[in-house]
Design a protein around this ligand. Structure first.
Ligand code: HSE
Length: 330
């Protein structure tokens, strides 16, 4: 049995999802020889620390009843710096303007030789190359499947399963909020504002939903794909972006009359990263509805491979994180 000491830094929906999945899958993990022992959990107000393993059930209850994980006055960065452990699960909120606390957290983790598995898009959309280089210099693993498409396994699919293929392009829907709004606007002939409010109630929109509807969230995910798959050195400011705010129910109906749906499609290939509304024929593999994400990967050997799945959600995102953790230590 391999024991991996881990911290969970950031205990919002995704961090809590990771804790729930670790509890639920403890036996499955042990069956494959992995004992993931969480020695610290930190949120923005405090931390719970126990070198023998934090009781995740108690931490989940404390968070839900008292609004914080524990009474230790340590920040996430101090946990990463001062507590002995191998793996940092970084699930602090995305801040794509500065990288937020996620950026110094990841840098500190690598400087201390720790591995990082993250769902936090901000640091990767701004400083991917720097992070990847520091991880490499320190012999750390750096995995971030959860940053793009939630539970939809796009990065590891390309890197592992499609290894040996040259990737020609990736295109698809990488923002569930926009897909939900467009799908429901067409079904209900309802206004954009009404459907935006509905998608916020579902809990999948960013804290500031402007990032979703202006196409910036999708742009960040494309940048992560561009940098990690196409070896570019892009930030989201390099992406040609149009959002969905100007789309009317009438234009969606006109498209439907001609056999099309309107989708916010992102595309990345050599020297091109763009996101904007496009007409997609009804029945086309990219014409998935609701909150789903989808990606078509065009390759030289395998042809086109298309996957679809849930691009957001606490347990869904935790699925991608656990899969990254297992892939490092198995
Ligand atoms: N706001 C994002 C979306 C969440 O709607 O897809 C997942 O990154």
């Amino acid at each position: 049995m391999k024991t991996i000491r881990a911290s969970i830094i950031g205990f919002g929906a995704v961090g809590q999802g990771v804790a729930e999945v670790l509890l639920q899958k403890d036996e499955n993990l042990k069956n494959i020889g992995l004992d993931i022992k969480v020695v610290a959990v930190a949120d923005s107000k405090g931390a719970a620390i126990d070198p023998n393993g934090v009781d995740l059930s108690k931490v989940l209850i404390k968070k839900r009843t008292e609004g914080t994980v524990g009474s230790e006055k340590l920040t996430g960065l101090e946990v990463i710096t001062n507590i002995d452990h191998e793996l940092v699960i970084e699930t602090t909120p995305t801040d794509i303007d500065t990288g937020g606390v996620g950026l110094p957290n990841m840098l500190a983790a690598f400087e201390h030789g720790r591995d990082v598995v993250t769902s936090n898009k901000g640091p990767l959309a701004l400083k991917y190359r720097e992070l990847a280089e520091i991880a490499k210099e320190n012999g750390s693993n750096f995995k971030f499947e959860a940053t793009v498409g939630g539970a939809m396994p796009i990065i590891n699919l390309i890197r592992d399963v499609l290894a040996g293929n040259d990737i020609i392009s990736i295109e698809g829907i990488l923002n569930g909020t926009c897909n939900y709004i467009l799908t429901r606007m067409m079904e209900e002939q309802a206004s954009y504002e009404q459907m935006l409010a509905e998608s916020q109630e579902l809990g999948i929109a960013e804290t500031d939903p402007t990032y979703d509807v202006e196409g910036i969230d999708a742009a960040c995910k494309l940048v992560i794909l561009a940098n990690s798959i196409f070896d570019m050195d892009a930030t989201y400011k390099n992406v040609d972006v149009t959002g969905i705010t100007k789309i009317t129910p009438e234009s969606l109906m006109l498209a439907q009359d001609d056999g099309f749906v309107v989708k916010l499609i992102g595309e990345v290939k050599k020297d091109l990263i763009r996101v904007g509304p496009r007409l997609v024929p009804v029945g086309h593999p990219l014409a998935v509805g609701g909150t789903l994400n989808v990606a078509s990967v065009q390759t030289d050997l395998a042809g086109t491979v298309t996957i679809t799945g849930r691009g957001a959600g606490s347990i869904e995102t935790a699925s991608a994180i656990i899969s990254d953790v297992i892939s490092i230590y198995r």
